[in-house]
Design a protein around this ligand. Structure first.
Ligand SMILES: Cc1cc2nc3c(=O)[nH]c(=O)nc-3n(C[C@H](O)[C@H](O)[C@H](O)COP(=O)(O)OP(=O)(O)OC[C@H]3O[C@@H](n4cnc5c(N)ncnc54)[C@H](O)[C@@H]3O)c2cc1C
Length: 460
């Protein structure tokens, strides 16, 4: 044991610290395409105080710290680019409070999507949270950190908009509360009516602090839930169709997907919309509103509803949708990565054409998956490619295709979602210089030694 390992063991206990290469191997990579880089130490703290003490030690010794949830962001954000200590949050799984009437939960920084979902189903069946389609092990804290999107995003915006408070360990080793919880026992607001300080942390990928608790808004869980799919082969009409659907204000979630396989999907765009109701009557009313909204397109013979066999519905209604993970194995070998710029819905046709062009040029299997954010305020357009991990040439082709997506996304007025380090640099370069200076000021003040997930948001 080195001195640092001994000090870490004194904080988290010997069972929860490692400096062994075989463990560092796993923490050196994520499932995406970024080259690995190993940490020197891995710790799995059990409490916020332990996270605080690890960060204090790291500050004294000037060692980088990288917080990690499930490592599923895919874009290299948990790879310890400068080595140091990976702080694996998976032991911090307490659901501290659910306030049924005020509809919020307070959870520790390692609570997974699956854990909160199961807990609510069992103890608070009238409440739900906005579940992303990532594997259930993905954490709530990391998802809001990267401004994720989930099943309620069409109604309420990014999952990070649903945060109702944070507890954060700062680089200085102080533990800080953000939102109403800073001056009240109640976690109902992340900022308003006070200054909203969550922006100092959310979107920074741990480069300004480590979240040890999240307050998350919950929403009514209706008894019934259904899905319909509207199909069109005219991509230029998809934005209009989405506009009409969002105008109804009746949908829970709207996704659009287009992929060449299986053959029945080829050249079609599938607008999948989900809706809920406490009674059959409520559900049917919403379905009717959607039909009415899309009727003009049917009359013009520009699209129609897909007859969904009842056996297909449970898969579509699954939360998270496992079909997204299965896509990773289309080419066998389990490789899947997507660049998901946040962009205007009206750019849908352009994005789709670009995706097809890149897939053809680089000979890759593709899927275009988009999720409408808010009332059509924007969408996440996922340029997704699948590859075989045992085929370095295919991996390189995927990298090159994704690099082209990045350049295209900026050109088209998009903003990167969970950007790779390379994309972060591109964004900083394009950004208004005054905004960049403001970001530099924040980073310098919040992490003067540059120990917090270094390599990410390195802005000067
Ligand atoms: C098949 C598939 C489908 C997906 N579908 C969706 C989807 O529908 N919606 C969506 O939003 N995402 C989706 N994703 C992307 C991603 O998996 C999720 O956003 C997920 O929530 C990330 O959580 P994580 O715990 O894996 O994050 P990680 O990869 O562990 O971490 C992400 C970032 O957050 C930082 N971080 C982690 N924990 C903390 C903490 N406590 N404090 C501070 N920083 C922290 C990390 O350092 C890193 O920078 C999908 C991924 C896959 C593989």
């Amino acid at each position: 044991m080195t001195d640092i390992t001994r000090s870490l063991a004194a904080i988290v206990g010997e069972d929860y610290v490692s400096d062994r290469p075989e463990e560092a191997f796993f923490y050196a990579r994520d499932p995406g395409l970024m080259p690995p880089h190993a940490p020197e130490y891995v710790v799995i703290p059990g409490t916020a105080e332990q996270v605080r003490d690890v960060v204090r030690l790291a500050g004294r010794e000037r060692i980088p710290v990288v917080p990690m949830g499930a490592g599923m962001a895919l874009t290299g954000l948990v790879i310890p680019l400068r080595g140091g200590i990976v702080i694996d949050m998976k032991r911090m799984t307490r659901i501290i409070e659910v306030n049924e009437r005020a509809r919020y939960a307070v959870v520790e920084g390692g609570v997974s999507q699956g854990l909160l979902k199961r807990y609510l189903e069992k103890h608070h069946p009238r409440l739900r949270h906005s579940i992303p389609d990532s594997p259930a092990a993905a954490t709530i804290a990391a998802n809001v950190m990267i401004h994720g999107q989930g099943r309620l995003t069409q109604q309420y915006g990014f999952n990070s908009d649903m945060v109702s408070g944070l507890e954060v360990v700062l680089a200085s080793g102080e533990v800080c509360r953000i939102g109403s919880c800073a001056l009240s026992p109640d976690w109902f607001s992340k900022g308003a009516p006070m200054p909203d300080l969550t922006g100092l942390f959310l979107g920074w990928f741990g480069a300004t602090g480590i979240i040890t608790k999240v307050g998350l808004k919950l929403y009514p869980r209706k008894k019934l839930r259904d899905v319909e799919i509207f199909i069109t082969d005219r991509e230029e009409l998809v934005p209009d169709m989405v506009y009409e659907l969002t105008h109804t204000e009746m949908m829970e979630d709207i996704n659009v997907f287009a992929q060449p396989k299986p053959m029945i999907f080829k050249d079609n765009h599938h607008i999948a919309f989900f809706f809920t109701g406490d009674t059959q009557e409520e559900l049917e009313f919403r379905r009717k509103m959607a039909w009415k909204a899309l009727e003009p397109f049917i009359r013009q013979k520009d699209g129609g509803f897909m007859g969904l066999p009842p056996v297909m519905k449970p898969t579509l209604l699954d939360m998270p949708q496992r079909s997204v993970s299965r896509f990773a194995d289309v080419k066998k070998g389990g490789g899947f990565e997507y660049s998901g710029p946040i962009i205007l819905v009206e750019k849908y046709p352009e994005c789709y054409r670009k995706l097809k062009e890149l897939a053809e040029r680089y000979d890759l299997a593709f899927s275009g998956m988009s999720r409408v954010i808010g009332r059509s305020h924007c969408m996440m357009y996922g340029f997704s490619f699948t590859f075989n991990r045992a085929d370095p040439d295919m991996m390189e082709r995927t990298r090159r295709a994704l690099r082209e997506v990045s350049a295209y996304a900026l050109e088209a007025g998009g903003v990167f979602w969970k950007p790779t380090v390379e994309e972060q640099k591109m964004a900083l370069e394009k950004m208004d210089p005054n905004t960049r200076r403001l970001m530099a000021m924040i980073k310098k003040n919040m992490d003067p030694q540059g120990i917090m997930n270094p390599g990410n948001w390195e802005v000067s």
